[in-house]
Design a protein around this ligand. Structure first.
Ligand SMILES: CN1c2c(nc(N)[nH]c2=O)NC[C@@H]1CNc1ccc(C(=O)N[C@@H](CCC(=O)N[C@@H](CCC(=O)N[C@@H](CCC(=O)O)C(=O)O)C(=O)O)C(=O)O)cc1
Ligand SMILES: N[C@@H](CCS)C(=O)O
Ligand SMILES: [Zn+2]
Length: 763
């Protein structure tokens, strides 16, 4: 008997984002549903075939999605919010996409971060819905892989404990009962899979990387007992990831065939060393990082595996990535423009699976059998490690001299805001946007032409300027108070800085799914980071030259740049974060020197990066506050620092939001229907704040009444003197028409409330 290799999930998007293009064509009505299905079938089957060719033993099936796997789970259980008029039975694609994207009559469901990743899932709205099994999705995909490719796949299912923790619309005290209502449906899925001849099933429970009550653990054990009894021939892998499990002793004793543990994040090895591993179970060991893109050190991984060997027999292990490969790009083979030294150090999804297959051979048959692979791996890694561009002594020295006071502004907020008000003279309830304006097809196509050399630098600059000019005029016409230049020159708020800062590089095809069809291309941080030359000044200064109203300078913050990049692993993440902050500090100062009076430093990833294990929160948050302070504290009192965060639960980090000491913060709240507002009830927040008053992720134009409701709800708790009115995130995904219409409604609503408040004050 030998051990086997496995994968937990494969990127859905195709090597060149074919999946995204098919979806967007369908949404635009350019292809039919049948064409969408046929195109995505092809992408999915190619992905399965590739994994088969690489030699992966347990190939995941059912990890494919038309939008999001949490939404897939919801519709499989008939969990559809009432506003979509669902009549029962299998949920059709129209309803599925309506939940995800909204319609003109119904707002989309909320999206939020999938654990500590930049992937967003659709939050299930349980309310009073009665779960029913509308289709056995895992079974459908299991049968497809078997019939079309002869793959005896491993269906992937989101587990009930995690699914219900991610859902809303129920009272926490009813969770245990609620779990019981889903169990029979899961049981039916498992029974049918077993009857169809499936051998394995992966049930994802990443929630076990977070702190859970004893009562939940007990319930979970009973649930898995029921699963095991219902389908005794199905080998259940209880799969955790993104963190070491917190309740290891409890979970490792659950009555399942295998326990999947992440050996990359946290210290899982220590848990095994301390408590051992049950002899009657298989250890599915995640030993290749599923969240980063660097080539593993095969020799080191093999010797790491030797530390596990005393606790398991040779065939008692499955080797796999630490998590689904949804979070890394598909293959590095398409990267033809990357510097060779950097490319040598990379490993995307396909290359990671090859590493797993190599390691399983080494584990089963001895190191000698993989000597050549190890040699090649060593040479390539050394080529990367020794690349001369990776080290920057000057930055290291500059950072070594920094102290706590380098990250704190000169005066208190109370003092600063007086000076800022005098200078900016803004009205009550100022209106603004978050930064980006529509990245139309023309904007993207022009950038692509420029990249290909089809248009010159001057022509591209001129094109960007024209867009800035056009949108400054539109914003003035709309009556917004603080304007933005629109970020037309940026592919993405992180990738753009990756193109400009030293120590970064960018890929051509290194896409990962962010939400729905939207993808991002995280830059690579391969070495010490430093400022090269001004990155945003030209566009900001040009925009400011066109108007008397203040134009915000627009930067992405150090925590977000770090979180949304693939960061080399040679030094601590916090060190890289401070290097980025130090480089941004320079940019902030240059913007100020060039007459920009408001500078926004976005930190949308700050909450997302919060460790799953609460014991690690303090260190993470302190480092975040320091880095943000380092980036923003080098300006005078009268320069107003803004920040922006979106799509996360912020209640947990209220104190950090305060400690960032930004003069103004804008936070998304519209999809969560104002839940964040409640946090301000219990605190006395003294700085200024904009709570997003409408959802930009839906093409729907908000009604004035909705915006008024959002504003008035916030104003019950936050003083109008502190409150800003803005959408909840950037507008780059919206069309020009949608943007203008929605902003018009927003500005009208703001004017109405402003007049009411002023009338009230004057009386
Ligand atoms: C705020 N958000 C962000 C997150 N993470 C980031 N790294 N950046 C973010 O802004 N996480 C949380 C949220 C997620 N939100 C979004 C919102 C929108 C997108 C998005 O629209 N992504 C685009 C890709 C953007 C991009 O870089 N485009 C390139 C064009 C590349 C291209 O497709 N070119 C075409 C030719 C042009 C054409 O015909 O369209 C080609 O080569 O074929 C660019 O602008 O140059 C997306 O399309 O998915 C992501 C996350
Ligand atoms: N300034 C960015 C922030 C997005 S989170 C934008 O507007 O797109
Ligand atoms: Zn945002």
């Amino acid at each position: 008997m030998t051990a086997i290799s496995s994968n937990l999930g494969y990127p859905r998007i195709g090597e060149k984002r074919e999946w995204k293009r098919a979806l967007e064509k369908f949404w635009k009505g350019e292809i039919t549903e049948a064409q969408l299905i046929s195109e995505t079938d092809q992408i999915r089957l190619q992905s399965l075939k590739k994994q088969q060719d690489i030699g992966v033993d347990l190939i995941p099936v059912g990890d494919f999605s038309f939008y999001d796997h949490v939404l897939d789970t919801s519709v499989m259980f008939g969990i559809v919010p009432d506003r979509f008029n669902y009549q029962g039975g299998k949920v059709d694609l129209e309803t599925y996409f309506a939940i995800a994207r909204g319609t003109k009559d119904a707002v989309a469901s909320e999206i939020t971060k999938w654990f500590n990743t930049n992937y967003h899932y659709i939050v299930p709205e349980l309310d009073n819905s009665k779960p029913t099994l509308t289709e056995n999705r895992p079974l459908t995909f299991y049968q497809e892989a078997k019939e079309k490719l002869g793959i005896d796949g491993k269906p992937v299912l989101l587990g009930p404990i995690t699914y219900l923790h991610l859902a809303k619309g129920y009272r926490k005290e009813n969770l245990l009962e609620l779990i019981d209502t889903f169990v029979p449906l899961y049981v039916q899925i498992l029974e049918e899979l077993q009857a169809a001849g499936a051998s394995w099933i992966q049930i994802d429970e990443p929630i076990f990387g977070t702190q859970l009550d004893q009562s939940i653990l007990l319930k979970a054990e009973q649930v898995y007992q029921q699963f095991a009894e219902a389908a005794p021939n199905l080998k259940i892998i209880l799969q955790t990831y993104f963190e070491q499990v917190i309740h290891y002793q409890a979970i490792s004793n659950f009555p399942v065939h295998a326990i999947g543990l992440d050996f990359v994040h946290g210290n899982t090895l220590e848990l095994i060393e301390q408590y051992g591993f049950p002899s009657n179970k298989v250890l599915a060991a995640g030993i290749i990082n599923g969240r980063n893109v660097w080539k593993a050190d095969l020799e080191e991984r093999l010797s790491f595996l030797e530390s596990i060997r005393p606790y398991v027999s040779t065939d008692q292990i499955i080797l796999q990535p630490s998590s689904s490969l949804l979070h890394v790009p598909v293959t590095k083979k398409l990267e033809e423009k990357l510097n060779n030294d950097i490319k040598a150090g990379l490993s995307f999804a396909d290359e990671k699976l090859t590493e797993i297959v190599t390691l399983i051979n080494g584990w089963n048959n001895g190191k000698i059998k993989i000597t050549n692979a190890i040699k090649e791996n060593r040479v390539e890694r050394q080529q990367f490690i020794r690349a001369s561009s990776r080290s920057n002594e000057q930055v290291k020295q500059a950072l070594a001299t920094l102290t706590a006071s380098d990250a704190v502004r000169d005066s208190s907020f109370a003092e600063r805001i007086k000076q800022q008000q005098t200078k900016l003279n803004l009205p009550l309830l100022p209106t603004t946007t978050i930064g980006s304006l529509p990245q139309t097809a023309v904007v993207r196509q022009t950038r692509t032409k420029w990249r290909k050399g089809d248009i010159t630098n001057q022509e591209y600059d001129q094109f960007i300027k024209e867009n800035i000019r056009k949108w400054i005029a539109i914003q003035e016409e709309l009556g917004l108070d603080v304007l933005v230049h629109g970020e037309f020159e940026r592919t993405d708020m992180v990738e753009y800085f990756g193109e400009k800062l030293n120590g970064f590089d960018v890929t051509e095809f290194g896409w990962v799914q962010s939400y729905g069809s939207r993808c991002v291309k995280p830059p690579l941080i391969y070495g010490d980071v430093s400022f090269n030359k001004p990155m945003t000044v030209k566009e900001s200064v040009y925009a400011q030259s066109l108007t008397k109203k203040p134009v915000k300078g627009m930067l992405t913050g150090p925590v977000t740049i770090l979180n949304w990049s693939f960061v080399h692993e040679d030094v601590a993440r916090f060190t890289v974060q401070n290097q980025i902050a130090f480089a941004l500090r320079k940019e902030v100062q240059v913007l100020e020197e060039n007459g920009i009076q408001i500078i926004q430093v976005d930190e949308p990833a700050l909450r997302e990066g919060l460790p799953l294990d609460e014991r690690k929160w303090k260190g993470y948050l302190e480092a975040a506050v320091y880095a943000f302070g380092l980036a923003t504290s080098g300006v005078s009192n009268s320069t107003q620092i803004h920040t922006h965060m979106c799509y996360s639960e912020f209640q947990d980090i209220y104190d950090t939001i305060d400690a960032l000491d930004a003069d103004v913060i804008s936070i998304e709240t519209s999809r969560s229907h104002g839940e964040m507002v409640g946090s301000f009830e219990d605190h006395t927040y003294d700085k200024e704040i904009g709570l997003g008053v409408y959802d930009i992720h839906s093409p729907r134009i908000p009604a004035k009444e909705e915006i008024l409701e959002n504003i008035n709800r916030a104003l019950q708790i936050i003083s109008p003197k502190q409150f800003w009115i803005n959408p909840d995130c950037g507008l780059k995904t919206r069309s020009e028409e949608e943007t203008i219409q929605a902003l018009k409604v927003m500005v009208d609503a703001a004017a109405e409330v402003r007049n009411e408040k002023l009338t009230y004050q004057n009386n």
